[in-house]
Design a protein around this ligand. Structure first.
Ligand SMILES: Nc1ncnc2c1ncn2[C@@H]1O[C@H](COP(=O)(O)OP(=O)(O)OP(=O)(O)O)[C@@H](O)[C@H]1O
Ligand SMILES: [Mg+2]
Length: 480
């Protein structure tokens, strides 16, 4: 549960749709803070004793904050915050005449009631630092006028707009570029950033004083939104530039007073996104081709093995086929997934299935099973590890059971910074006096080289518990 939800429920006894209303305000009120050059606080009131709790706080991007500290959760008595208490009681905006000096700087507070079902369920205060006020520029005057209109809309339940959900992180902010439109759509003011954004789209003439419907690329949608008093979020692209626009109609009693148009140029951002998608697809395609090439090599070797006279040579080629197929498996997984990480559980299971059908004699009652989980591994770890697992399983099938049948169990265990892999069989075990250093043939030499040199881990091959069977263990360090 979010802290807002928890606080208003506990301190003001609000539920359901009332909380949703407050949450909608909090997800959209940055614009009010920025236009007001003010900190915003949202208060909930205890119906029993009138105590006021700060349930949400927002700082402006356009001005210095008054409150360095986080006030969420702070409780005041009704008398400590007279204008908030009054806004709760009257259901109307309360503007205080005298600045409050309690924070050390002069603060003018305006308390805006939030209505819901004919009741005031919260009060939002706009707290402006008066010591920062200079002779206001046209930009500041335009911002403040819009802020007052938005406050009024908030007090009448018309802000935020219902059902609006633009791409939040990208949504244009006040500082990105802002225009003020009159009810007919004529630009009364445009910030320098807004003018630049339209320039990139090819609108070179002065836009102030012109009707947005005459130069905006999506003019019909803008005109309609303005006429209906509906918000509009859209993206336009022209001349290689991409601009996001957010139209916010300012209304009073369903009468359109004008609108704010926030604009943000996102050309570079979109270009990067496209580039990433493109690279992603390319990498997948490369893995797909590598897999195909490996499979071709494996088929060539298989063909050649069939034509060989000597059993030993044929077996050697068939083993190469198996090794190459194990590498192909990892590339196949990578070509299906867009990330450069592989689910090693999936690869391990595929490997087991492949070996079970490829090298286990159907006459022998040899079974293989996978336990635990390795999670996702980077491709450069997964490929060698798949080869190692393939060698260890091959050995169990080939040497452990001597035609009697038995079981080989693979256990995977992911720890914080390491991976543990074990292949345990219940077969005949390695011969007496056998050591990895002295008795390894090609298979285990490949395995230990990969584990130690390529993966920086350790490999051990030892008799199983109670001297039965064989236990092969791999321990790999993993970057966190
Ligand atoms: N699970 C096992 N059970 C019993 N003996 C084993 C087991 N694993 C390995 N060995 C012994 O270790 C030897 C070396 O294994 P290694 O994989 O290096 O070579 P290989 O299997 O003989 O040949 P290849 O190069 O084809 O793998 C095997 O010949 C076998 O005697
Ligand atoms: Mg072997």
């Amino acid at each position: 549960m979010s802290s807002l939800e928890e606080l208003v429920e506990r301190r003001a006894g609000l539920h359901g749709a009332a909380i949703d209303t407050l949450q909608a305000i909090v997800s959209d009120w940055q614009i009010l803070a920025d236009l007001s050059f003010s900190d915003l606080l949202m208060f909930a009131r205890d119906p029993a004793d009138g105590e006021l709790t700060v349930v949400a706080q927002m700082r402006p991007y356009t001005a210095q904050t008054i409150y360095q500290e986080d006030l969420v959760g702070t409780v005041y008595t009704a008398d400590e915050k007279p204008s908030v208490t009054r806004a709760f009681a009257d259901g109307a905006i309360v503007r205080d005449g005298d600045p409050d000096w309690s924070t050390g700087v002069p603060v003018r507070e305006e308390a805006v009631p939030v209505p819901f079902d004919d009741e005031v369920i919260a009060v939002v205060t706009r707290e402006a630092n008066l010591s920062m006020v200079r002779a206001p520029s046209q930009l500041e005057l335009t911002y403040l006028q819009a802020a007052n209109e938005l406050s009024q809309m908030l007090a009448e339940g018309d802000f935020p707009f219902p059902g609006e959900d633009p791409e939040r992180e990208l949504a244009p902010r006040v500082g990105d570029g802002m225009m003020r439109l009159d009810p007919a759509g004529v630009v009364a003011y445009a910030s320098p950033n807004a003018i630049s954004a339209y320039r990139r789209l090819g609108v070179v003439d002065n836009i102030v004083g012109r009707n947005i419907g005459d130069f905006d690329l999506d003019d019909i949608a803008v005109r309609e939104a303005l006429a209906d008093g509906e918000p509009l979020d859209s993206e336009v692209e022209a001349r290689g530039a991409v601009v996001l626009r957010r139209l916010l109609p300012l209304t009073r009693a369903h009468h359109v007073l004008g609108a704010l148009m926030l604009v943000r140029e996102v050309t570079e951002l979109r270009r990067h996104e496209r580039l990433l998608l493109y690279k992603d697809a390319t990498i997948r395609e490369i893995h797909h081709r590598v897999k195909n090439n490996l499979q071709t090599v494996a088929s060539l070797l298989r063909l050649q093995a069939r034509r060989l006279g000597s059993d030993e040579a044929r077996q050697a080629l068939n083993e190469s086929v198996r090794r190459i197929s194990s590498i192909a498996l990892v590339h196949e997984t990578l070509s299906q997934d867009h990330r450069q990480r592989v689910s090693f559980d999936k690869v391990g299971q595929r490997l087991l299935d492949m070996l079970a059908t490829g090298i286990v004699d159907p006459e022998d009652a040899v079974t293989m099973r996978l336990e635990g989980t390795a999670g996702e591994l980077p491709a450069e770890v997964a490929t060698p590890l798949a080869l190692v697992l393939s060698e260890l399983l091959q050995n169990a099938v080939e040497h452990a059971f001597a035609g009697r049948g038995g079981e080989a169990v693979v256990t995977l265990e992911r720890r914080v910074a390491s991976l543990h892999l074990a292949v345990v069989d219940d077969g005949v075990g390695v011969p007496d006096g056998w050591t990895l250093e002295q008795n390894a043939n090609l298979g285990l030499r490949i395995a230990s080289t990969l584990v130690e040199s390529e993966l920086g881990g350790t490999l051990s091959v030892e008799p199983g518990e109670d001297g039965r069977g064989t236990r092969c263990e791999v321990l790999l360090p993993l970057p966190r």
